[in-house]
Every structure is written in C-alpha cells, then in structure tokens.
Design a protein around this ligand. Structure first.
Ligand SMILES: Nc1nc2c(ncn2[C@@H]2O[C@H](COP(=O)(O)OP(=O)(O)OP(=O)(O)O)[C@@H](O)[C@H]2O)c(=O)[nH]1
Ligand SMILES: [Mg+2]
Length: 277
C-alpha cells in the first residue's frame, strides 16, 4: 500500500515537472514565432506519417537551398524507427525568387492518435497550425500509403489545419514501381498539387522547391460576401482573419468586402457572391 502511494506521488510530480517544461517550450516557441511573424517570413511545415521521409527531405532541402548564414547544418536524427524526431526543428532556407522561408520538420503522425494525445501534440505541432503551407510527405512505396495519408488527414483535421494549402509529396519514388504509383495517384486525385520525389536520391527536389515558391506567399483574394444574420461566427472569422474593406447591412444579411488568404477563402467560400480580383 505504502509503496503504491509513493509511486503515485512520484508519478504526479513527474507529470507536474513535464507540464512546467512544456509550458516553457510553448512560451519559447511563441516568442520565436512572433519574431518570425513580424519579419513575415513564410513558413512551410513538413507533415506526414512516421517514417515517410520528412527529416530526410528537410535535410535535402536544407543542403540544396541552404541559407547563407545558416550553413552549419545540424542533421536531424534520421532513423527507420517510430518517432525518430522528438522535437520540432525549424531551419531557414533560401528560395530562388521568394527569398527566405522557414522549413519545419515535425514528429511523425500515427494512426488512431487518441484525443487527449492530440491535445498534448498540439503544443509540439503549433508550427503546423501556424504554417503558411504544408508539405505532406508520403512514403509512396509503403503498402499502407493510402491509409497513412488518411490518418494524417485525420490528425490535420483535429488540429484545425485541414484547410491549409497543401502540397502532397509522394516520396521514395526511387523504390516504387510505376503501376503501384499510378494506382495510388488515382485514389488521391482530390489533391490538386501532387509531386513525385525522392528525398534520399534527390529526385525532383527542384520541382518541389518550384512548387513551394509558386504557393508562397499567399495571394490575397478580394471577395464580396453576403452572410446570413444567423452566421455571426463567419462575420467574426472574417474580421479576425481577413481585412474587412466594407461592411453594410442588407436584407439578406451582412454584406462585406474582405481581403482573405486561401485558408479563410476555403472556409468561407459558400458565402461569396463575387470575387473582385
Ligand atoms: N529509398 C528511399 N528511402 C528514403 C527516402 N526518403 C527517406 N528514406 C528513408 O526512410 C527512412 C525514414 O526517413 P525519415 O526521414 O527519418 O522519416 P521521418 O518522416 O522523418 O520519420 P519520423 O521522424 O519518425 O516521423 C530512413 O531510413 C530514410 O533513409 C527516399 O526518397 N527513398
Ligand atoms: Mg523525422
């Protein structure tokens, strides 16, 4: 009985300590993120199922497009094991036309991540939530590639990041046969941006970099909305996340002219009556 009690207390203390540490990490990231936001450096996050090749891709991208003042490449731990990446690592790289961007490697997602774990993951995955563009890396050579894509989509939905601009990078094409690749592609044709790469063999990395450039930074769209009066939440979303240029009240609802990015656009497009640019 006594031993059980001390064990319990010990565990409670450990949980407390870890929570304190997590708070510090969170605070620190917030400060760094704010700084980057101020400098408005576009943020790209690599997401994907564990073992998809995110860390390998990050290293390849960093060595091909290394930022001048960031030559000291700290290699991310790569391994054929679960959760090889225990921390998020962000590095700057230079794109040909758009200049400096940050690239963040994240921990691999897994299937059926329990709800409370997703909560805990949120702090480590904040970079995903705040990213301007996601690069969803897939181990296309895996027999489970499709299930893994779905699992990642589910986690992204839990994080509220499913509406983000996404490039789907089918990785490891160096070891997949054409037929399997075509079959996979036919099942994910709802992605409008699919690119085939090999992070390890450095195949089509330039293509991926071009794609990233094309998607960054967001092009703002100027849209006219009529939002029914019962959807006050949409009006506040537009005020919060867009730039409201005009607002008036008409019979059908609130009429707004707003500049929105692609993410807000996707969330609100059912109320758009006119796109002005
Ligand atoms: N054949 C081949 N192997 C690759 C490629 N990219 C990555 N790999 C291998 O796949 C394994 C996993 O790669 P990582 O980069 O660690 O994968 P990850 O997505 O970062 O994994 P987690 O951090 O656990 O989520 C390593 O053994 C890599 O060498 C590729 O393009 N082709
Ligand atoms: Mg990794």
């Amino acid at each position: 009985e006594k031993k059980l009690e001390t064990d319990r207390r010990h565990i409670r203390e450990t949980i407390y300590d870890l929570n304190q540490e997590l708070k510090k990490v969170r605070k620190n990231r917030e400060i760094q993120r704010e700084k980057r936001n101020k400098e408005s450096i576009p943020k790209v996050s690599l997401v994907g199922y564990t073992n998809a090749g995110k860390s390998t891709l990050r290293n390849t991208l960093c060595s091909i497009a290394a930022a001048k003042d960031n030559r000291t490449k700290e290699d991310v731990f790569e391994a054929d094991m679960l959760f090889a990446t225990l921390d998020i690592t962000t590095r700057a790289i230079i794109l040909k036309n758009k200049g400096l961007i940050t690239l963040t490697d994240t921990v691999g997602f897994v299937r059926k991540l329990p709800h409370d774990l997703v909560e805990a993951f949120k702090s480590t995955l904040e970079e995903v939530i705040y990213a301007d563009l996601l690069c969803h890396v897939v181990d296309a050579s895996s027999d489970d590639a499709l299930e893994q894509i779905k699992a990642v989509e589910e986690v992204l939905a839990e994080l509220g990041a499913i509406d983000k601009e996404t490039i789907l990078a089918l990785n490891k094409i160096d070891k997949i046969d054409k037929e399997k690749l075509e079959e996979l592609k036919s099942k994910i044709s709802y992605y409008d941006d699919i690119i085939e790469i090999s992070a390890k063999e450095e195949i089509n990395i330039d293509g991926l970099l071009n794609e990233i450039e094309e998607k960054l930074p967001y092009s703002l769209k100027k849209c006219e909305y009529i939002i029914p009066y019962e959807r006050g939440d949409v009006v506040s979303l537009l005020h919060r996340s867009g730039r409201v240029l005009e607002e008036e009240y008409v019979e059908a609802g609130t009429k707004l002219t707003v500049e929105v990015d692609d993410e807000v656009y996707n969330k609100t497009k059912e109320y758009i009556i006119n796109i002005l640019n």
